[in-house]
Write a protein that binds this ligand. Structure first.
Ligand code: ADP
Length: 261
């Protein structure tokens, strides 16, 4: 029943019939404009956070090089400063790679991940990649695969989710603690729980952990490397396969991430 006319630009325009329809239309347009404004604001914030995140280490690097060039120094001092600079460059490279990955996920979030792999295999592979910190921190990994050994998962997105969540569990775990990983079936869903006995997350931070560049300002956090992008990557990857990630934590005691596939 909608009247459709051709305007001069040859676009299709749906004209409202009466006042009510006109009101509905202006309401929808306002809502749309609000959404566009929010998206632009989010992008602006992201660009500004990303620039800040890269400018800080670059300033440190510049400062270090300026100090070195001012006068001749001992070889050992050169070595120390160059090593620190290389670490800083590695961190920046990792941040840039994660930003590129996020941008790719923003564009390709609907790409179908056809490569299916058993979920326990994905987890085993991630654990073997983290062998060194697991050994260094004397962590025990209690991996309960249940009877779901052959449960298949889309490899690319599931690896992104698990890599970031298991990586964090290892990174934020206390020395000589245990990380429990459990896969179970609940109704039609596969549930995977990753529980650490780590530094925990404050209640007021729980809603923020999936935001880009968010890092808790808890005191014991400063020496743990990170840039606050891992969980936003995990969240984007979960959105792409309709998985959900839940987090529960007690500050100072530990954190549990639950992923429902
Ligand atoms: P980061 O690189 O800082 O680890 P993430 O996006 O992966 O970035 O996580 C965001 C923040 O959430 C972390 O900086 C940390 O404050 C908190 N967090 C995430 N996982 C854990 C965990 N398992 N235990 C304690 N805090 C965590």
């Amino acid at each position: 029943t909608k009247r459709i006319t051709q305007n001069s630009l040859n676009e299709r325009v749906i004209l409202p019939h009466n006042k009510d329809e006109l009101y509905d239309l202006s309401f929808s347009i306002n809502e749309l404009l609000q959404r566009i404004e929010n998206t632009i604001e989010r992008k602006r914030q992201f660009t500004s956070d990303a620039s800040h995140e890269l400018r800080t280490p670059l300033s440190t690097l510049k400062g270090t090089l300026e100090v070195l060039i001012r006068k001749p120094r001992e070889r050992s001092e050169y070595e120390d400063k160059i090593k620190c600079s290389l670490t800083e460059i590695d961190r920046m490279t990792a941040t840039i790679e994660q930003l590129l990955l996020l941008a790719r996920l923003d564009v390709n979030s609907r790409t179908v991940d056809r490569s299916l792999v058993p979920l326990p295999h994905i987890i085993d592979e991630i654990l073997s990649r983290h062998k060194t910190p697991i050994l260094q921190k004397k962590l025990t990994i209690a991996f309960q695969k249940g009877v779901l050994l052959e449960e298949m998962a889309p490899q690319y997105y599931t690896t992104l989710i698990m890599e970031n969540i298991i990586g964090n569990a290892i990174k934020y775990a206390k020395e000589a603690s245990t990380i429990h990983i459990e896969i179970a079936r609940m109704d039609s869903k596969i549930i995977c729980k990753i529980q650490d006995e780590g530094i925990g997350i404050k209640k007021e931070d729980l809603n923020n952990v999936f935001k880009r560049f968010f890092r808790s300002d808890a005191l014991n956090h400063k020496n743990i490397p990170g840039n606050g992008l891992g969980l936003s990557i995990a969240k984007k990857a979960a959105d792409a396969i309709n998985a959900k990630i839940y987090v529960d934590s007690e500050f100072g005691v530990g954190t549990t991430f639950t992923i429902s596939f």
